[in-house]
Design a protein around this ligand. Structure first.
Ligand code: IPE
Ligand code: IPE
Ligand code: MG
Length: 246
């Protein structure tokens, strides 16, 4: 058995959040589902602000899945309008706070102008080094894996790391350490399936619009209380996970 320790420079955590429950939050308050999505944007602001001080270096937020196109047209249109609004209104504060924004997922099916707005926001925030905020829009983990597999056909010596880079489009991106899902649902719904191979999972009944910095801290406290063994018998830090050739 050969092993070599690959030391990754970035030791801050990668947290992924499945921001669920906007609709139920609104319906319980006799509000329209759109109001729930709007309140969800406020929760995004709170979490983005809280994350860096809690040891999070990369935050991937699931905003719109490729399966969400199945929703009524009016809701999809409203969600896309919210995304457009977020991109336009948020860039300045992201830049001020050192947040680098990237959007993952397909761009070719988004309404006119959104792909350009994403490109502008990514360019404007490219120098941010406090937090890498990734927002998943028209995202499907299985589609991302399929696409990478098609591109991998031309790669000679394919390794897990090279395949990860093809999937994420972000060489060296840290695997997900912790996946949080709100609203009591306990499933992954096609979110970061490859990147979360050894992620810890945290499920909370809190609806996404009610989620905030304290909930993130609670999820991270639970995470820090766990032993990550990566298949071995001892707790291991992910930076020191041996690449083992069996
Ligand atoms: C999550 O909230 C946001 C999106 C999927 C866009 P939902 O809209 O799924 O809210 P629920 O699950 O219906 O309550
Ligand atoms: C997952 O939530 C997608 C996002 C949070 C963006 P859904 O509400 O769409 O997932 P399912 O349909 O309950 O699995
Ligand atoms: Mg939902």
């Amino acid at each position: 058995m050969q092993s070599n320790l690959s030391s990754k420079p970035q030791s801050k955590l990668h947290v992924g959040i499945i921001m669920d429950g906007n609709g139920r939050w609104a319906t319980r308050r006799q509000l329209s589902r759109l109001r729930g999505h709007e309140a969800g944007v406020e929760a995004i602001r709170r979490v983005v602000e809280a994350a860096p001080d809690q040891g999070v270096g990369t935050l991937t937020l699931y905003a719109f899945s490729s399966d969400n196109w199945r929703r009524p047209k009016a809701e999809v249109t409203a969600l896309m309008a919210l995304l457009r609004f977020y991109l336009a209104s948020e860039v300045e504060s992201l830049v001020r706070n050192g947040v680098r924004l990237t959007v993952i997922g397909r761009r070719d099916r988004l309404p006119n102008g959104i792909a350009d707005a994403i490109g502008r926001a990514e360019a404007a925030t490219a120098k941010g080094d406090v937090l890498h905020l990734r927002i998943a829009v028209d995202y499907s983990a299985r589609d991302a894996i399929l696409k990478a597999a098609a591109n991998a056909a031309s790669e000679g010596d394919l390794t897990r790391e090279k395949f990860s880079d093809l999937i994420t489009g972000e060489p060296g991106l840290r695997d997900v350490d912790l996946v949080i899902r709100t609203s009591g649902e306990k499933r992954l719904s096609d979110f970061l399936l490859w990147e979360s191979a050894y992620a810890e999972l945290h499920f909370t009944d809190r609806m996404w619009p009610d989620f905030g910095g304290e909930d993130l801290a609670e999820a991270l406290a639970s995470f820090h209380g766990r032993e990550r063994r990566f298949g071995g018998l001892q707790p291991v830090s992910p930076e020191l996970t041996p690449e083992v050739a069996l």
